[in-house]
Design a binder for this molecule. Structure first.
Ligand SMILES: N[C@@H](CCC(=O)N[C@@H](CS)C(=O)NCC(=O)O)C(=O)O
Length: 254
């Protein structure tokens, strides 16, 4: 694992035969992939990238230079979290992170799709506050209300059921970051514990899922990173080594 974010001119670390994830420690999309691999209990390496001064070799793995990318064989990679994350779930059968029922899998994808407006509102509030419109705040709360209704109608602790699955790991990185918004002077984005009681219970349950716990960062930490990025100087390497990562996988890649 690269504890620091590698940048232009830095060498690509040696490949050691495991799956390898190219990530940025504060990227919600990369977090999705890390959570899925943690939940699948497969071994992987993490290479963190400075997205403002990208190492030249990232483009060999991800044509647009975005993270996450997953190197599944030396020099061969797939990219985009939604595409990447289905692969380990299908490659390593246990535990299954997607519903067996095709209709439920489609409904799970709809939840992710219907949540994107709330995610966009988060990005604007965090990184482009002058462009924030009241409709975005409305969309954010509509997204939260929608999630709460889904949890209510499903009647299970997680959207996936009794344990967290792909749908939960896809949404979670944003919920984790939403809690930072009131800390950076955006009280209108607070998740009111009375109005969103069921959602708040879900959020606490997610924080205790081992795959999440191993990579979780507090709202305070996210707020510090957001503030540094919003000022135009993202502090990629702000974490202590002990906080950087990660779940130690318990079994070898088959
Ligand atoms: N749709 C992509 C989005 C990935 C993405 O936007 N990642 C950001 C970091 S959070 C990135 O790599 N930005 C660098 C850039 O766009 O050059 C996914 O789901 O993986």
């Amino acid at each position: 694992m690269s504890e620091k974010h590698l940048q232009t001119g830095d060498a690509l670390p040696q490949y050691n035969g495991k799956l390898r994830v190219f990530a940025m420690r504060f990227c919600p999309y990369a977090e999705r992939t890390v959570l899925v691999l943690n939940a699948k209990n497969v071994q992987y390496d993490l290479v963190f990238i400075n997205l403002d001064h990208k190492p030249e070799w990232i483009f060999n793995f991800s044509p647009k230079g975005t993270v996450p990318a997953l190197e599944y064989e030396q020099g061969k990679a797939i990219f985009d979290s939604n595409i990447i994350n289905v692969y380990p779930d299908e490659q390593y059968p246990e535990p299954a992170l997607q519903a067996a029922d095709p209709l439920r899998r489609a409904q799970d994808k709809l939840i992710v799709e219907n949540f994107t407006a709330a995610q966009s509102a988060y990005y604007t509030a965090a990184f482009n506050a002058p462009a924030l419109q009241p409709t975005m705040v409305e969309n954010y709360h509509k997204g939260l209300e929608y999630l709460q209704k889904e949890l209510e109608s499903r009647g299970t602790p997680f959207l996936n059921g009794d344990s967290a699955g792909l749908v939960d790991f896809t949404l979670w990185p944003f919920l984790e970051r939403f809690e930072a918004l009131p800390l950076i002077g955006k009280p209108e984005f607070a998740i009111d514990r009375t109005k969103y009681a069921l959602l708040a219970t879900y959020i606490e349950a997610m924080k205790n899922v081992p795959a999440v716990k191993a990579y979780y960062l507090t709202a305070d930490t996210h707020a510090k990173f957001i503030e540094s990025r919003a000022k135009g100087d993202p502090n990629y390497n702000m974490l202590d080594t002990s906080e950087v990562c990660c779940m130690r996988p318990r079994k070898k890649k088959e």
